[in-house]
Design a protein around this ligand. Structure first.
Ligand code: ADP
Length: 521
Protein backbone atom coordinates (compact mmCIF):
# COMPACT_ATOMS: atom_id res chain seq x y z
CA UNK A 1 0.00 0.00 0.00
CA UNK A 2 1.33 3.43 -0.93
CA UNK A 3 0.16 6.23 1.37
CA UNK A 4 0.20 10.02 1.07
CA UNK A 5 3.09 11.49 3.09
CA UNK A 6 2.47 11.77 6.83
CA UNK A 7 -0.94 10.09 6.64
CA UNK A 8 -1.72 6.97 8.67
CA UNK A 9 -3.33 3.98 6.97
CA UNK A 10 -6.40 4.57 9.12
CA UNK A 11 -6.82 8.19 8.04
CA UNK A 12 -6.17 7.25 4.43
CA UNK A 13 -8.95 4.64 4.61
CA UNK A 14 -11.28 7.27 6.07
CA UNK A 15 -10.36 9.81 3.42
CA UNK A 16 -10.94 7.26 0.67
CA UNK A 17 -14.38 6.47 2.11
CA UNK A 18 -15.23 10.19 1.99
CA UNK A 19 -14.02 10.41 -1.61
CA UNK A 20 -16.20 7.39 -2.47
CA UNK A 21 -19.21 9.08 -0.93
CA UNK A 22 -18.64 12.04 -3.28
CA UNK A 23 -17.89 10.38 -6.63
CA UNK A 24 -19.39 6.92 -6.09
CA UNK A 25 -17.61 3.75 -4.97
CA UNK A 26 -16.68 2.79 -8.53
CA UNK A 27 -14.70 5.94 -9.16
CA UNK A 28 -12.02 5.74 -6.48
CA UNK A 29 -9.20 3.33 -7.27
CA UNK A 30 -6.78 2.05 -4.66
CA UNK A 31 -6.07 -1.52 -5.78
CA UNK A 32 -2.65 -2.30 -7.16
CA UNK A 33 -3.98 -3.48 -10.55
CA UNK A 34 -6.12 -0.37 -11.00
CA UNK A 35 -3.37 2.06 -10.07
CA UNK A 36 -1.19 0.59 -12.78
CA UNK A 37 -3.36 2.51 -15.27
CA UNK A 38 -1.96 5.84 -14.04
CA UNK A 39 1.70 4.85 -13.67
CA UNK A 40 3.89 6.27 -16.38
CA UNK A 41 4.74 3.35 -18.67
CA UNK A 42 7.62 5.40 -20.08
CA UNK A 43 9.20 6.45 -16.80
CA UNK A 44 12.98 6.69 -17.25
CA UNK A 45 13.81 4.53 -14.22
CA UNK A 46 11.72 3.23 -11.34
CA UNK A 47 8.17 4.62 -11.67
CA UNK A 48 7.37 3.48 -8.11
CA UNK A 49 9.62 6.23 -6.81
CA UNK A 50 6.62 8.53 -7.35
CA UNK A 51 3.87 5.93 -7.07
CA UNK A 52 0.31 7.15 -6.70
CA UNK A 53 -1.68 6.05 -3.65
CA UNK A 54 -5.05 6.19 -5.41
CA UNK A 55 -6.95 7.74 -8.28
CA UNK A 56 -10.29 9.53 -8.07
CA UNK A 57 -12.48 10.39 -11.05
CA UNK A 58 -15.18 13.01 -10.43
CA UNK A 59 -17.91 13.64 -13.00
CA UNK A 60 -18.85 17.26 -12.26
CA UNK A 61 -17.35 20.54 -11.13
CA UNK A 62 -19.20 20.22 -7.82
CA UNK A 63 -17.61 16.83 -7.26
CA UNK A 64 -14.17 18.29 -8.00
CA UNK A 65 -14.83 21.01 -5.42
CA UNK A 66 -15.98 18.46 -2.85
CA UNK A 67 -12.88 16.30 -3.47
CA UNK A 68 -10.67 19.35 -2.97
CA UNK A 69 -12.37 20.10 0.35
CA UNK A 70 -11.66 16.55 1.58
CA UNK A 71 -8.08 16.84 0.34
CA UNK A 72 -7.61 20.00 2.40
CA UNK A 73 -8.99 18.36 5.51
CA UNK A 74 -6.75 15.27 5.29
CA UNK A 75 -3.85 16.98 3.49
CA UNK A 76 -4.14 14.63 0.54
CA UNK A 77 -1.93 15.65 -2.35
CA UNK A 78 -3.97 15.68 -5.60
CA UNK A 79 -2.50 15.53 -9.10
CA UNK A 80 -5.06 16.66 -11.70
CA UNK A 81 -4.91 15.18 -15.19
CA UNK A 82 -7.32 15.59 -18.07
CA UNK A 83 -6.74 12.41 -20.06
CA UNK A 84 -3.39 11.61 -18.43
CA UNK A 85 -1.63 10.84 -21.70
CA UNK A 86 1.24 13.23 -21.27
CA UNK A 87 3.69 10.50 -22.32
CA UNK A 88 7.39 11.27 -22.63
CA UNK A 89 6.81 13.97 -20.01
CA UNK A 90 5.37 11.74 -17.26
CA UNK A 91 1.97 10.45 -18.41
CA UNK A 92 -0.39 10.75 -15.43
CA UNK A 93 2.43 10.31 -12.93
CA UNK A 94 2.69 12.69 -9.97
CA UNK A 95 5.95 14.20 -8.73
CA UNK A 96 5.50 13.09 -5.12
CA UNK A 97 5.03 9.52 -3.92
CA UNK A 98 1.62 8.92 -2.36
CA UNK A 99 -0.19 11.61 -4.39
CA UNK A 100 -3.76 10.86 -5.49
CA UNK A 101 -4.36 11.28 -9.21
CA UNK A 102 -7.44 13.41 -9.88
CA UNK A 103 -8.55 12.07 -13.24
CA UNK A 104 -10.96 14.40 -15.07
CA UNK A 105 -11.62 12.35 -18.18
CA UNK A 106 -15.25 11.66 -17.24
CA UNK A 107 -15.90 15.38 -17.69
CA UNK A 108 -15.90 15.18 -21.45
CA UNK A 109 -18.56 17.49 -22.83
CA UNK A 110 -17.97 19.74 -25.80
CA UNK A 111 -19.96 22.68 -24.47
CA UNK A 112 -19.90 24.85 -27.57
CA UNK A 113 -18.34 25.03 -31.00
CA UNK A 114 -18.84 28.38 -32.64
CA UNK A 115 -18.22 28.41 -36.38
CA UNK A 116 -18.98 32.07 -36.85
CA UNK A 117 -16.31 33.20 -34.40
CA UNK A 118 -13.97 30.20 -34.51
CA UNK A 119 -13.77 28.78 -31.01
CA UNK A 120 -14.81 25.87 -28.82
CA UNK A 121 -15.44 25.55 -25.10
CA UNK A 122 -14.51 22.13 -23.75
CA UNK A 123 -14.20 20.11 -20.59
CA UNK A 124 -10.96 18.31 -19.64
CA UNK A 125 -11.92 14.87 -20.99
CA UNK A 126 -12.52 16.07 -24.57
CA UNK A 127 -9.83 14.58 -26.81
CA UNK A 128 -8.62 15.88 -30.17
CA UNK A 129 -10.37 12.93 -31.81
CA UNK A 130 -13.63 13.93 -30.07
CA UNK A 131 -13.44 17.55 -31.19
CA UNK A 132 -12.36 16.63 -34.73
CA UNK A 133 -15.22 14.12 -35.15
CA UNK A 134 -17.73 16.56 -33.70
CA UNK A 135 -16.69 19.26 -36.19
CA UNK A 136 -16.75 16.80 -39.12
CA UNK A 137 -20.14 15.37 -38.10
CA UNK A 138 -21.64 18.84 -37.99
CA UNK A 139 -19.93 19.87 -41.24
CA UNK A 140 -18.41 22.96 -39.64
CA UNK A 141 -15.75 24.83 -41.58
CA UNK A 142 -13.22 24.82 -38.77
CA UNK A 143 -9.89 23.09 -38.23
CA UNK A 144 -8.47 21.92 -34.95
CA UNK A 145 -4.76 21.96 -34.15
CA UNK A 146 -3.52 18.73 -32.55
CA UNK A 147 -0.22 17.33 -31.30
CA UNK A 148 1.05 14.03 -32.72
CA UNK A 149 -1.06 11.66 -30.60
CA UNK A 150 -4.72 12.54 -31.21
CA UNK A 151 -5.95 10.84 -28.05
CA UNK A 152 -4.69 13.67 -25.84
CA UNK A 153 -6.94 16.21 -24.15
CA UNK A 154 -7.50 19.56 -25.88
CA UNK A 155 -7.56 21.28 -22.49
CA UNK A 156 -4.76 19.21 -20.91
CA UNK A 157 -2.39 19.80 -23.79
CA UNK A 158 -2.97 23.57 -23.67
CA UNK A 159 -2.26 23.42 -19.91
CA UNK A 160 1.22 22.09 -20.67
CA UNK A 161 1.62 24.61 -23.55
CA UNK A 162 1.66 21.78 -26.07
CA UNK A 163 2.43 22.33 -29.74
CA UNK A 164 0.78 21.23 -32.97
CA UNK A 165 1.55 21.96 -36.59
CA UNK A 166 -1.01 24.32 -38.12
CA UNK A 167 -0.87 28.13 -37.80
CA UNK A 168 -2.66 27.61 -34.46
CA UNK A 169 0.17 25.40 -33.17
CA UNK A 170 0.85 27.28 -29.93
CA UNK A 171 -1.96 25.85 -27.82
CA UNK A 172 -1.42 28.11 -24.83
CA UNK A 173 -1.73 31.13 -27.13
CA UNK A 174 -5.08 29.87 -28.50
CA UNK A 175 -6.58 29.44 -25.03
CA UNK A 176 -9.31 31.94 -24.22
CA UNK A 177 -11.08 31.87 -20.85
CA UNK A 178 -10.93 29.20 -18.14
CA UNK A 179 -13.02 27.88 -15.33
CA UNK A 180 -10.79 26.91 -12.42
CA UNK A 181 -11.29 25.17 -9.08
CA UNK A 182 -8.74 26.78 -6.77
CA UNK A 183 -6.80 24.67 -4.25
CA UNK A 184 -9.17 25.75 -1.48
CA UNK A 185 -12.25 24.75 -3.50
CA UNK A 186 -13.38 28.18 -4.71
CA UNK A 187 -14.54 28.41 -8.34
CA UNK A 188 -13.22 31.15 -10.65
CA UNK A 189 -13.78 32.06 -14.29
CA UNK A 190 -11.07 34.08 -16.03
CA UNK A 191 -11.37 36.42 -19.01
CA UNK A 192 -14.85 37.47 -20.03
CA UNK A 193 -16.20 34.38 -18.27
CA UNK A 194 -16.01 36.53 -15.15
CA UNK A 195 -19.23 38.17 -16.37
CA UNK A 196 -22.24 35.84 -15.94
CA UNK A 197 -23.53 34.49 -19.27
CA UNK A 198 -21.07 36.53 -21.32
CA UNK A 199 -21.15 35.82 -25.08
CA UNK A 200 -17.48 36.88 -25.10
CA UNK A 201 -15.99 33.94 -23.14
CA UNK A 202 -14.42 32.41 -26.27
CA UNK A 203 -13.53 35.70 -27.94
CA UNK A 204 -11.73 38.09 -25.64
CA UNK A 205 -9.11 36.88 -23.19
CA UNK A 206 -8.82 39.94 -21.04
CA UNK A 207 -11.18 40.81 -18.23
CA UNK A 208 -11.22 44.22 -16.55
CA UNK A 209 -8.08 43.91 -14.41
CA UNK A 210 -5.18 41.47 -14.27
CA UNK A 211 -5.10 38.21 -16.23
CA UNK A 212 -4.27 34.94 -14.51
CA UNK A 213 -4.70 32.31 -17.22
CA UNK A 214 -0.97 31.88 -17.78
CA UNK A 215 -0.48 31.36 -14.06
CA UNK A 216 -2.42 28.09 -14.21
CA UNK A 217 -0.36 26.63 -17.07
CA UNK A 218 2.63 24.41 -16.28
CA UNK A 219 1.91 25.06 -12.62
CA UNK A 220 0.12 23.65 -9.59
CA UNK A 221 -2.24 26.49 -8.71
CA UNK A 222 -5.62 25.35 -10.00
CA UNK A 223 -7.75 22.59 -11.49
CA UNK A 224 -9.14 23.71 -14.83
CA UNK A 225 -12.63 22.39 -15.51
CA UNK A 226 -13.54 24.32 -18.69
CA UNK A 227 -11.52 26.10 -21.34
CA UNK A 228 -12.15 28.19 -24.43
CA UNK A 229 -9.88 27.34 -27.37
CA UNK A 230 -9.64 29.14 -30.70
CA UNK A 231 -10.16 27.17 -33.90
CA UNK A 232 -8.86 28.04 -37.35
CA UNK A 233 -11.30 28.76 -40.17
CA UNK A 234 -10.93 26.10 -42.86
CA UNK A 235 -8.60 27.53 -45.51
CA UNK A 236 -9.67 27.48 -49.17
CA UNK A 237 -6.43 25.77 -50.10
CA UNK A 238 -3.89 23.76 -48.15
CA UNK A 239 -0.46 23.24 -49.74
CA UNK A 240 1.83 20.83 -47.93
CA UNK A 241 5.45 21.45 -48.87
CA UNK A 242 8.54 19.35 -48.51
CA UNK A 243 12.16 19.82 -49.51
CA UNK A 244 14.75 17.12 -49.14
CA UNK A 245 18.31 18.20 -48.38
CA UNK A 246 21.09 15.94 -49.61
CA UNK A 247 23.84 17.44 -47.46
CA UNK A 248 24.34 17.18 -43.72
CA UNK A 249 25.66 20.77 -43.54
CA UNK A 250 22.51 22.14 -45.25
CA UNK A 251 20.72 22.37 -41.89
CA UNK A 252 22.12 25.81 -41.05
CA UNK A 253 21.44 27.45 -44.43
CA UNK A 254 17.90 26.02 -44.47
CA UNK A 255 17.10 27.43 -41.01
CA UNK A 256 18.46 30.82 -42.12
CA UNK A 257 16.36 30.67 -45.30
CA UNK A 258 13.18 29.72 -43.43
CA UNK A 259 13.50 32.29 -40.64
CA UNK A 260 12.48 35.42 -42.60
CA UNK A 261 9.55 33.54 -44.14
CA UNK A 262 8.33 32.56 -40.67
CA UNK A 263 8.95 36.01 -39.25
CA UNK A 264 7.08 37.88 -42.00
CA UNK A 265 4.21 35.38 -42.02
CA UNK A 266 4.72 33.87 -45.49
CA UNK A 267 4.97 30.53 -43.68
CA UNK A 268 2.42 30.51 -40.86
CA UNK A 269 2.92 27.06 -39.36
CA UNK A 270 5.97 25.45 -37.71
CA UNK A 271 8.62 24.84 -40.36
CA UNK A 272 10.68 21.83 -39.40
CA UNK A 273 13.94 20.40 -40.62
CA UNK A 274 14.03 16.75 -39.64
CA UNK A 275 17.07 14.49 -39.76
CA UNK A 276 17.14 11.18 -41.65
CA UNK A 277 16.99 9.35 -38.38
CA UNK A 278 13.97 11.36 -37.28
CA UNK A 279 12.29 10.20 -40.53
CA UNK A 280 13.44 6.61 -40.12
CA UNK A 281 12.08 6.20 -36.56
CA UNK A 282 8.51 5.71 -37.71
CA UNK A 283 9.45 3.38 -40.56
CA UNK A 284 11.66 0.71 -39.05
CA UNK A 285 12.90 -0.97 -35.93
CA UNK A 286 16.50 -0.13 -35.23
CA UNK A 287 17.71 -3.69 -35.50
CA UNK A 288 16.54 -3.82 -39.12
CA UNK A 289 19.09 -1.11 -39.86
CA UNK A 290 21.86 -1.92 -37.44
CA UNK A 291 21.90 -4.79 -34.98
CA UNK A 292 24.94 -3.79 -32.92
CA UNK A 293 25.02 -2.05 -29.54
CA UNK A 294 24.92 1.74 -29.18
CA UNK A 295 24.10 4.37 -31.79
CA UNK A 296 24.17 3.64 -35.52
CA UNK A 297 27.79 4.16 -36.64
CA UNK A 298 28.33 7.29 -38.78
CA UNK A 299 29.98 5.34 -41.59
CA UNK A 300 26.75 3.43 -42.24
CA UNK A 301 24.71 6.57 -42.89
CA UNK A 302 25.27 7.02 -46.68
CA UNK A 303 24.34 3.39 -47.27
CA UNK A 304 21.19 3.66 -45.11
CA UNK A 305 20.09 6.84 -46.90
CA UNK A 306 20.40 5.09 -50.22
CA UNK A 307 18.69 1.87 -49.17
CA UNK A 308 15.80 3.66 -47.51
CA UNK A 309 15.46 6.49 -50.03
CA UNK A 310 16.09 9.11 -47.34
CA UNK A 311 17.93 12.42 -47.44
CA UNK A 312 20.09 13.91 -44.67
CA UNK A 313 17.30 16.33 -43.84
CA UNK A 314 13.68 16.77 -44.79
CA UNK A 315 12.07 20.19 -44.50
CA UNK A 316 8.31 20.39 -43.99
CA UNK A 317 5.79 23.21 -43.70
CA UNK A 318 2.49 24.21 -45.30
CA UNK A 319 0.76 27.20 -46.85
CA UNK A 320 -2.85 28.02 -46.06
CA UNK A 321 -5.44 30.40 -47.46
CA UNK A 322 -6.99 31.65 -50.68
CA UNK A 323 -5.78 29.95 -53.84
CA UNK A 324 -4.25 33.12 -55.29
CA UNK A 325 -2.41 33.93 -52.10
CA UNK A 326 -1.07 30.38 -51.72
CA UNK A 327 0.12 30.38 -55.36
CA UNK A 328 1.91 33.69 -54.88
CA UNK A 329 3.50 32.49 -51.65
CA UNK A 330 4.62 29.25 -53.30
CA UNK A 331 6.62 31.32 -55.78
CA UNK A 332 8.27 33.27 -52.97
CA UNK A 333 9.06 30.12 -51.03
CA UNK A 334 10.53 28.31 -54.06
CA UNK A 335 12.84 31.20 -54.74
CA UNK A 336 13.93 31.62 -51.13
CA UNK A 337 14.62 27.95 -50.41
CA UNK A 338 15.81 26.70 -53.81
CA UNK A 339 19.36 27.98 -53.34
CA UNK A 340 20.03 26.13 -50.09
CA UNK A 341 22.95 23.77 -50.80
CA UNK A 342 21.82 20.23 -51.52
CA UNK A 343 18.15 21.27 -51.77
CA UNK A 344 16.02 19.21 -54.13
CA UNK A 345 12.97 20.75 -55.84
CA UNK A 346 10.09 21.75 -53.58
CA UNK A 347 7.43 19.06 -53.59
CA UNK A 348 3.89 20.39 -53.09
CA UNK A 349 0.68 18.50 -52.29
CA UNK A 350 -2.24 20.84 -52.72
CA UNK A 351 -5.79 20.13 -51.70
CA UNK A 352 -9.01 22.02 -51.14
CA UNK A 353 -9.56 22.82 -47.48
CA UNK A 354 -12.52 20.45 -47.17
CA UNK A 355 -10.89 17.57 -49.07
CA UNK A 356 -7.61 17.30 -47.29
CA UNK A 357 -6.43 13.66 -47.10
CA UNK A 358 -5.93 12.13 -43.67
CA UNK A 359 -2.29 11.59 -44.62
CA UNK A 360 -1.78 15.38 -44.33
CA UNK A 361 -1.66 14.74 -40.59
CA UNK A 362 -1.09 17.38 -37.94
CA UNK A 363 -0.23 20.13 -40.48
CA UNK A 364 -3.90 19.95 -41.43
CA UNK A 365 -5.12 19.29 -37.89
CA UNK A 366 -5.95 15.63 -38.59
CA UNK A 367 -5.54 13.64 -35.37
CA UNK A 368 -4.06 10.14 -35.45
CA UNK A 369 -2.02 7.71 -33.40
CA UNK A 370 0.54 7.24 -36.18
CA UNK A 371 3.30 8.73 -34.06
CA UNK A 372 3.36 5.57 -31.97
CA UNK A 373 4.97 3.66 -34.83
CA UNK A 374 8.23 5.27 -33.61
CA UNK A 375 8.02 3.09 -30.50
CA UNK A 376 9.13 0.09 -32.58
CA UNK A 377 12.57 1.66 -32.89
CA UNK A 378 14.36 0.63 -29.69
CA UNK A 379 12.86 -2.88 -29.45
CA UNK A 380 11.31 -4.37 -26.32
CA UNK A 381 8.76 -2.11 -24.65
CA UNK A 382 9.51 0.91 -26.83
CA UNK A 383 9.41 4.23 -24.97
CA UNK A 384 10.74 7.73 -25.28
CA UNK A 385 11.84 10.51 -23.00
CA UNK A 386 11.51 13.84 -24.77
CA UNK A 387 14.32 16.35 -24.58
CA UNK A 388 12.78 19.60 -25.84
CA UNK A 389 15.19 22.54 -25.91
CA UNK A 390 14.31 26.02 -27.14
CA UNK A 391 16.77 27.93 -29.33
CA UNK A 392 16.81 31.10 -31.37
CA UNK A 393 16.03 30.33 -35.04
CA UNK A 394 19.61 30.65 -36.24
CA UNK A 395 21.41 28.39 -38.70
CA UNK A 396 24.70 28.70 -36.82
CA UNK A 397 23.05 27.73 -33.53
CA UNK A 398 21.26 24.79 -35.13
CA UNK A 399 24.51 23.49 -36.64
CA UNK A 400 26.49 23.88 -33.42
CA UNK A 401 23.81 22.25 -31.28
CA UNK A 402 23.31 19.46 -33.79
CA UNK A 403 27.01 18.67 -33.68
CA UNK A 404 27.21 18.80 -29.89
CA UNK A 405 24.02 16.87 -29.17
CA UNK A 406 24.68 14.20 -31.79
CA UNK A 407 28.04 13.43 -30.20
CA UNK A 408 26.55 13.51 -26.71
CA UNK A 409 23.65 11.18 -27.60
CA UNK A 410 26.03 8.78 -29.34
CA UNK A 411 28.43 8.80 -26.39
CA UNK A 412 25.52 7.67 -24.21
CA UNK A 413 24.65 4.95 -26.74
CA UNK A 414 21.57 6.62 -28.26
CA UNK A 415 20.72 7.71 -31.79
CA UNK A 416 20.00 11.42 -32.15
CA UNK A 417 16.68 11.92 -33.97
CA UNK A 418 17.14 15.65 -34.47
CA UNK A 419 14.36 17.96 -35.61
CA UNK A 420 14.88 21.72 -35.75
CA UNK A 421 11.46 23.26 -35.93
CA UNK A 422 10.78 27.00 -36.15
CA UNK A 423 7.65 26.51 -34.10
CA UNK A 424 7.14 30.20 -33.43
CA UNK A 425 8.37 33.01 -35.68
CA UNK A 426 10.94 33.80 -33.00
CA UNK A 427 12.14 30.48 -31.59
CA UNK A 428 12.71 26.84 -32.31
CA UNK A 429 11.28 24.25 -29.91
CA UNK A 430 13.09 21.05 -30.77
CA UNK A 431 11.25 18.01 -29.42
CA UNK A 432 13.85 15.23 -29.50
CA UNK A 433 12.86 11.75 -28.33
CA UNK A 434 15.43 9.69 -26.44
CA UNK A 435 14.27 6.21 -27.49
CA UNK A 436 14.64 3.36 -25.01
CA UNK A 437 13.25 -0.02 -24.00
CA UNK A 438 11.36 0.57 -20.76
CA UNK A 439 11.91 -3.05 -19.70
CA UNK A 440 15.65 -2.55 -19.91
CA UNK A 441 16.36 -0.77 -16.62
CA UNK A 442 19.94 0.03 -17.58
CA UNK A 443 18.85 1.68 -20.82
CA UNK A 444 16.04 3.60 -19.11
CA UNK A 445 18.43 4.98 -16.55
CA UNK A 446 20.98 5.82 -19.24
CA UNK A 447 18.21 7.82 -20.99
CA UNK A 448 17.74 9.82 -17.79
CA UNK A 449 21.48 10.46 -17.46
CA UNK A 450 21.66 11.64 -21.08
CA UNK A 451 18.69 13.95 -20.48
CA UNK A 452 20.40 15.55 -17.48
CA UNK A 453 23.75 15.99 -19.21
CA UNK A 454 22.09 17.48 -22.29
CA UNK A 455 20.11 19.81 -20.05
CA UNK A 456 23.25 20.86 -18.22
CA UNK A 457 24.83 21.80 -21.53
CA UNK A 458 21.84 24.02 -22.37
CA UNK A 459 22.36 25.94 -19.14
CA UNK A 460 25.93 26.85 -20.12
CA UNK A 461 24.51 28.63 -23.19
CA UNK A 462 21.54 30.29 -21.55
CA UNK A 463 19.03 27.88 -23.12
CA UNK A 464 16.28 25.88 -21.44
CA UNK A 465 13.50 23.38 -22.08
CA UNK A 466 9.95 24.14 -23.12
CA UNK A 467 8.56 21.19 -21.16
CA UNK A 468 10.11 18.38 -19.15
CA UNK A 469 9.37 14.95 -17.69
CA UNK A 470 8.03 14.91 -14.15
CA UNK A 471 11.14 12.99 -13.02
CA UNK A 472 13.34 16.00 -13.79
CA UNK A 473 11.21 19.02 -12.97
CA UNK A 474 13.32 20.04 -9.97
CA UNK A 475 16.49 20.11 -12.02
CA UNK A 476 14.90 22.07 -14.84
CA UNK A 477 13.40 24.61 -12.43
CA UNK A 478 16.75 24.84 -10.63
CA UNK A 479 18.40 26.02 -13.85
CA UNK A 480 16.32 29.22 -13.75
CA UNK A 481 18.78 30.76 -11.33
CA UNK A 482 18.55 34.51 -11.94
CA UNK A 483 18.76 36.46 -8.66
CA UNK A 484 18.89 33.43 -6.43
CA UNK A 485 16.01 31.68 -8.15
CA UNK A 486 13.73 34.69 -7.85
CA UNK A 487 11.20 33.17 -10.25
CA UNK A 488 10.87 30.00 -8.18
CA UNK A 489 10.62 32.09 -5.01
CA UNK A 490 7.79 34.08 -6.59
CA UNK A 491 6.01 30.90 -7.73
CA UNK A 492 6.33 29.39 -4.26
CA UNK A 493 5.02 32.53 -2.55
CA UNK A 494 1.96 32.43 -4.78
CA UNK A 495 1.71 28.67 -4.19
CA UNK A 496 1.62 29.12 -0.43
CA UNK A 497 -0.92 31.93 -0.68
CA UNK A 498 -3.36 30.05 -2.92
CA UNK A 499 -2.76 26.57 -1.54
CA UNK A 500 -1.97 26.92 2.17
CA UNK A 501 -2.27 23.16 2.82
CA UNK A 502 -0.08 22.37 -0.17
CA UNK A 503 -2.51 19.83 -1.60
CA UNK A 504 -2.30 20.56 -5.31
CA UNK A 505 0.38 18.71 -7.29
CA UNK A 506 3.27 19.26 -4.87
CA UNK A 507 6.57 19.40 -6.76
CA UNK A 508 5.05 19.94 -10.17
CA UNK A 509 7.34 22.15 -12.24
CA UNK A 510 9.77 22.09 -9.29
CA UNK A 511 7.38 24.24 -7.24
CA UNK A 512 6.92 22.93 -3.69
CA UNK A 513 4.61 24.12 -0.93
CA UNK A 514 6.21 25.43 2.25
CA UNK A 515 5.76 22.27 4.31
CA UNK A 516 7.22 20.00 1.64
CA UNK A 517 10.37 21.75 0.46
CA UNK A 518 12.26 18.64 1.57
CA UNK A 519 10.74 16.85 -1.41
CA UNK A 520 12.93 18.82 -3.80
CA UNK A 521 15.51 16.66 -5.60
P1 ADP B 1 -2.82 14.90 -22.20
O1 ADP B 1 -3.52 13.63 -21.84
O2 ADP B 1 -3.61 15.86 -22.97
O3 ADP B 1 -1.45 14.69 -22.77
P2 ADP B 1 -2.72 15.28 -19.38
O4 ADP B 1 -4.13 15.11 -19.05
O5 ADP B 1 -1.78 14.14 -19.10
O6 ADP B 1 -2.56 15.71 -20.86
O7 ADP B 1 -2.20 16.59 -18.69
C1 ADP B 1 -0.86 16.95 -18.70
C2 ADP B 1 -0.53 17.71 -17.45
O8 ADP B 1 -1.20 18.98 -17.49
C3 ADP B 1 -1.03 17.06 -16.18
O9 ADP B 1 -0.06 16.19 -15.64
C4 ADP B 1 -1.30 18.24 -15.29
O10 ADP B 1 -0.12 18.66 -14.66
C5 ADP B 1 -1.73 19.31 -16.24
N1 ADP B 1 -3.20 19.34 -16.36
C6 ADP B 1 -3.91 18.68 -17.27
N2 ADP B 1 -5.20 18.92 -17.14
C7 ADP B 1 -5.34 19.75 -16.10
C8 ADP B 1 -6.44 20.37 -15.49
N3 ADP B 1 -7.66 20.17 -15.95
N4 ADP B 1 -6.21 21.17 -14.43
C9 ADP B 1 -4.97 21.38 -13.98
N5 ADP B 1 -3.88 20.83 -14.54
C10 ADP B 1 -4.05 20.02 -15.59
Amino acid sequence: MTLPPKLSARDFTRAVAELRSIVGADWVFTEEDDRQAWRDPMFPGDARRVDLSAAVAPATVQEVQAVVKVANRYRLPLWPVSTGKNYAYGGASPALKGTIVLDLKRMNRILEVNEQYGYAIVEPGVTYFDLYRHIKAKGLKLWIDCPSPGWASVLGNAMERGLGNTPYSDHAAQQCGMEVVLPTGDLVRTGMGAIENSPLWGLQKNPFGPTFDGMFMQSNLGIVTKMGIWLMPEPEVFAQCNIRLQREDALGPMIDALRPLRLNGTIQNPASVRSWIGMLLGQAAKKEVHDGPGAIPRELVPQILQQRNLSWWSTGFSLYGYEEVVEANLKVVRKALGSVPGAEALSVRKSAGDKVPDSAGTQAGVPSLGAFSTLNWPGGRGSHLDFSPVYEPSGAVAMAEYQFMRELFERHGFDFPATYSITSPRYMACVTPIMFDADNRQQAEAAGRLFLEAHQHLGTKGYGLYRAHVAFMDQVQQAQGFNQHALRRLSERIKDALDPQGILAPGKQGIWPKAMKGGRA
